[in-house]
Design a protein around this ligand. Sequence first.
Ligand SMILES: Nc1ncnc2c1ncn2[C@@H]1O[C@H](COP(=O)(O)OP(=O)(O)O)[C@@H](O)[C@H]1O
Ligand SMILES: [Mg+2]
Length: 397
Amino acid sequence: MADALIRVENLYKIFGDNPERAMKLVRDGFSKDEILTRSNQTVGLRDINLEIYNGEVFVIMGLSGSGKSTLIRHFNRLIDPTTGSIFVDNTDLMQLDQNDLALFRQQKISMVFQRFALMPHRNVIDNIAYGLKVQNLPRDERYERSQNWIDIVGLSGYENHYPSQLSGGQQQRVGLARALCTDAEVLLMDEAFSALDPLIRANLQGQLMDLQKRLKKTIVFITHDLDEALLVGDRIAILKDGMILQVGEAKDILLEPADEHVEAFVRNVNRARVLTVKDIMKDKLVRIDPSNTGGALQQLQKNESDIGYVVEKDSYKGVVTRASIERGQAGSVAAESQLNELVIKGPTLRNSTILQDALATTMESEFPVPVICEQGKIEGIVHRKDLLEVLSGNPAS
Ligand SMILES: Nc1ncnc2c1ncn2[C@@H]1O[C@H](COP(=O)(O)OP(=O)(O)O)[C@@H](O)[C@H]1O
Ligand SMILES: [Mg+2]
């Protein structure tokens, strides 16, 4: 199991002047609405327990008012819990004094806001360099590092522009560069792309995912948009009325929704565009070593399989069928050279391919299609029936 960088335990947040009264109603099992009616207190979060691992993009998804911002603001203690604990890198945030908290916010964690929150009277490079100024870095280094991030997010030439001179998408690139510039381990993004037009938004999503491949930061990404959640998230938590309904990978959420609320969320998702080959491939397959003279047929018989996948020194070569071997030697022992002649090359897939793009290959192939990694190893096979099963129950969209 990967390390938990952020750990939340039994977290409750009540908004109002009488949290004790609300907590009693919570314990008595009343709903958020009932508690508001009875006590005029708002249940922001209710018994949140979760772990966010080092290097993952963890998405918190839910409708407006479900508690997303309240939750993420606990991670840098912009909000204090009513009860419960938050640990970041095994540090209990509630134990930090003002000094430590200031350092923690400067160095460990950075945030990208929905409305960009740039300083209007500072230009692009100064907005980005500001976090480093607070860290007391020398001027040359501040500007060098800021310039580097300006180049990475594609704002070269805009260094001296002011926020009001930039489009929404450009402003959010500044926000992203500013957050990344401090080298903080954790990046918090609260609906960072929600205010942007769809095209610009898709563009920034893509850029974030490309960056993340290199940076491997721990990113907590908030969105109310399920498509965005499924696209960017390694894991997704679904929040409703301050409670977590389910935490899992896209395939868990889509294929095994925890309850009727999650099911309602995912009903209209086009699975063929979200799920990948990895989500449906099976590891069970018969590997045939061509140097194991004569072994091929026995191996197939032993595994009661009609198809073998020929693998030579970890490298996938192709498929052999039991029928072709039997025809070839009329039951006699297969020599290596003979086996090689029987190998059918056939199509292959990559595990990151979305099902939509794997559909034709899988349906047209006579055999379960091997999934091959970049180094040429076989990782698994895709059965036609698994693909169809996952895609049926999918709306025609
Ligand atoms: N400062 C506050 N005072 C009172 N209620 C609040 C406050 N902040 C949030 N809430 C309430 O807590 C709930 C969760 O809000 P929020 O975390 O902002 O949701 P989201 O970010 O998912 O839209 C809502 O019912 C909201 O009205
Ligand atoms: Mg919010």
